[in-house]
Design a protein around this ligand. Sequence first.
Ligand code: NAI
Length: 296
Amino acid sequence: MSDSGRTFTTVGVVGLGTMGAGIAEVFARHGFSVVGVEQNDEALARGRQHLENSTARAVRRSKLSEEEQAELLGRISLTTDLTDLAEADLVVEAVVESVEVKKQIFRDLDAIVRTETILATNTSSLSVTEISTANTSPGRVVGVHFFNPAPVQDLVEVVRTVVTDPVVLDDVTELLARIGKQPVVCGDKAGFIANTLLFGYLNHAVSMFEARYASREDIDAAMRFGCGYPMGPLALLDLIGLDTAYEILETMYRQGRDRLHAPAPILKQMVTAGMLGRKTGRGFYTYDGPDSPATV
Ligand code: NAI
C-alpha cells in the first residue's frame, strides 16, 4: 500500500510485443496478477511465446527456478478482450508507437476500468499529454518508459504531464521501486532524460566524424579509454541502427528545437545509402554478420 492508501494487486498490460511481454514478466515476477491484452489470437500466441522464452532463459541462467517460472507464468492471464482489464489497479499500454492507436486504447479504457485506476503509457517519443487527452480523467495518466529488455534494465522514466495528479505520480514511482526498478521523474518531452542526453552526445560524435576532426576509431577510443564507456559512440550507433537513431533525433528536434538534436547531415545520407549499421553489415564500420565484431 502507498502513502495515499492505494493498493496494487492487478496490473494490466496492453500489447505483448518486445516491451509489453517484458513488463508483464517484471510485474508477475514480483507477485502481481497480470492481465495481458493483445489485438488478436496470433499476436497473443507470440506474446505467450515471448514470455515462455524469456523466463526459460532466466531459468537457464539460474535467475529463476523452474518452480518460480511456473508460478510466474501462472500469475499472467492472456486475453484479446480489453474489458478483462476491469479489475486492474494499473494499466500499462505498450502497443505500437502510433498516437492514434494509443489514444483509442485510452478512450476505450475509460468505460472499462475503475475511476481510481492509473493509466500509463510506455511511449518512447509521443506526447504523453496528447495521449492522456483521450481519457476523460487525464490526471490519472503518466508515462512509464521502461528500457529494453524490461526484465533486465533497471531504469524507468516516469513522465508527468502538466495535469498528472501528484499522488498518482508518487504512487507509480513507489510501485516501480517495489518491483526493483530505479524510477526517475521528468517532464513530457520526446527523449525524456536518458535519450535526450545520449542522442545529443551521439549526434555530436557524428558531427566530429563528418568534419574529419578525428577518425572513427579515435572518437570511439577517446570515450572508451578516457570516460570508461563500454562502447564508443559510433560503434554504439551501428548497434542501435542508424535509421532508428535518425528517427529519434528527428523527433526530438521537431519537438524541442534544440540544435543538439538536429541530425548530422551524414546520418541521413548513410541511411539513404542503406548503411544502417550492424543489421545491414555496414555503418560507421563494416561487419561480416549482425553479431560479428567490426572489421575495417
Ligand atoms: P512491438 O511491435 O514489439 O509490440 C507492439 C505490440 O502491440 C504488438 O504485439 C501488437 O500486436 C500489439 N498491438 C498493436 N495494437 C494493439 C491493440 N490495439 N491492442 C492490443 N495490442 C496491440 O513494439 P515494442 O518495441 O514492444 O514497443 C511498444 C511501445 O514501447 C512503443 O510505444 C515503443 O515506442 C515503446 N518502447 C520501445 C522500446 C524498444 O526498445 N523496443 C523501448 C522503450 C519503449
